[in-house]
Design a protein around this ligand. Structure first.
Ligand SMILES: CC(C)(COP(=O)(O)OP(=O)(O)OC[C@H]1O[C@@H](n2cnc3c(N)ncnc32)[C@H](O)[C@@H]1OP(=O)(O)O)[C@@H](O)C(=O)NCCC(=O)NCCS
Length: 185
């Protein structure tokens, strides 16, 4: 299955390739997706499982910076949450990326991320930021791949340290910053 992308304008973008697997449709999340997003996150350790209310807020306030991937049968196979921090309008902060185990390794995570940059509302983004735990090879691999495809570099620095998580046993989360991204042609 290869991601055959179209711009994400909330429309359905389904493509099949020679594997005869069907790429899920990438679109903005809606309120009715929150329950399924919550279930997907629960199925995707090591992601922190936020309350269902958080996913309602993301669908309500940030649909333009979030993506769901919906299989033709209706099930949600992927989700990206992201937002533009108010103080840095040229940054897209990617919060969570989840791909159901059954759909991993097929390019869906990368395709969801890249679909965000095809949205006209995000044409002003020049940097992508995210945080990553020290041992999350999949996340690191996905963002390295994204940087390669966008022909840009990654800088890594400390951000959230273990003591910031208080009593919660949580590994540090280091900041990855990709960019600058090329201006749209
Ligand atoms: C991380 C995750 C979203 C990747 O989804 P995916 O659809 O399998 O990723 P893709 O197929 O798009 O792969 C994108 C790149 O990441 C690399 N990658 C994917 N999984 C990897 C792994 N386990 N180890 C190393 N690299 C990996 C791929 O090789 C690919 O690189 P390439 O383009 O150079 O071939 C998925 O593994 C997941 O949901 N993990 C659990 C939750 C999580 O850790 N999320 C990330 C933190 S926000």
């Amino acid at each position: 299955m290869k991601p055959a992308m179209t711009t994400d304008d909330s429309s359905i973008a389904i493509a099949a390739n020679t594997d005869a697997k069907v790429m899920p449709a990438l679109r903005r999340p809606q309120l009715d997706d929150a329950k399924a997003i919550h279930g997907l996150i629960r199925a995707c350790p090591p992601l922190d499982v936020n309350s269902l209310y958080v996913y309602l807020l993301l669908a309500h306030h940030h649909p333009d910076t979030c993506v769901v991937a919906q299989a033709p049968g209706g099930e949600l196979q992927g989700f990206v949450s992201a937002y533009v921090p108010p103080a840095t309008p040229d940054v897209l902060f990617v919060w969570q990326v989840a791909v159901h185990e059954s759909a991993r390794g097929l390019g869906l995570g990368g395709a969801m991320l890249r679909s965000l940059f095809e949205r006209p509302s995000l044409s002003g983004v020049r940097f992508i930021e995210t945080t990553v735990g020290p041992d999350n090879a999949a996340s690191r691999g996905m963002f390295s791949s994204l940087a390669r495809r966008l022909k840009t570099q990654i800088n890594e620095s400390a951000l959230f340290e273990t003591h910031h998580f208080g009593e919660q046993a949580h590994e540090e989360e280091r900041l990855l910053r990709l960019g600058p991204l090329a201006l749209p042609g």
